[in-house]
Every structure is written in C-alpha cells, then in structure tokens.
Design a protein. Structure first.
Length: 89
C-alpha cells in the first residue's frame, strides 16, 4: 500500500461544503509552506448566498480556510465550519 497523492489540478474548482452540508464556495488555490511543502490553508471563492460566509461579512469574497479545518477531499472538499468561523472570528 502506497501513499495516495491528490494532484492539485484535480482539486481546482471543487465545491467546498461544511460538515453540515452547506455549500460555501469553490476551491480557488492552496497556500503551501515553501520550506516544508505542507499545505497551510485553502482559498475558497465564496458562495455569497452561504449563511456561514454571510456571518464572516460581505468583504469575504475569497476566504482562507486553515488546512486543519479540511476534513475530507473527495467529490467535494469538506470543512468544519466551526474551525472556519473561529479562524476568522
């Protein structure tokens, strides 16, 4: 059994949803630590109709989500909305 790597281009424009099933936007980019190569956060092009995004404020058209909030990456990127809100709180 080997390590599975997800190619970044396969992540482009994936829908980002919360653990509660709310669509908060689409994946726009990744922020990577240049020294370690680890993903620090993901940038999400916000769905302005999302209640979670509205709680952050209208200026958040591009939202930085800490990588620790990402719970799964498959057909969707699933994030914990509590960690997202506490990061921006």
């Amino acid at each position: 059994m080997g390590i599975t790597y997800t190619i970044a281009r396969n992540l482009a424009a994936k829908k980002v949803i919360t653990t509660a099933g709310e669509h908060i936007g689409v994946l726009s980019d990744l922020i990577v630590d240049e020294m370690s190569g680890r993903i620090e956060s993901v940038l999400v092009e916000a769905n302005m109709d999302s209640k979670t995004i509205q709680r952050l404020g209208p200026e958040h058209k591009l939202v930085e989500v800490p990588y620790g909030a990402v719970k799964a990456v498959q057909d969707f990127v699933i994030v914990d909305e509590r960690e997202l809100l506490s990061h921006h709180g």
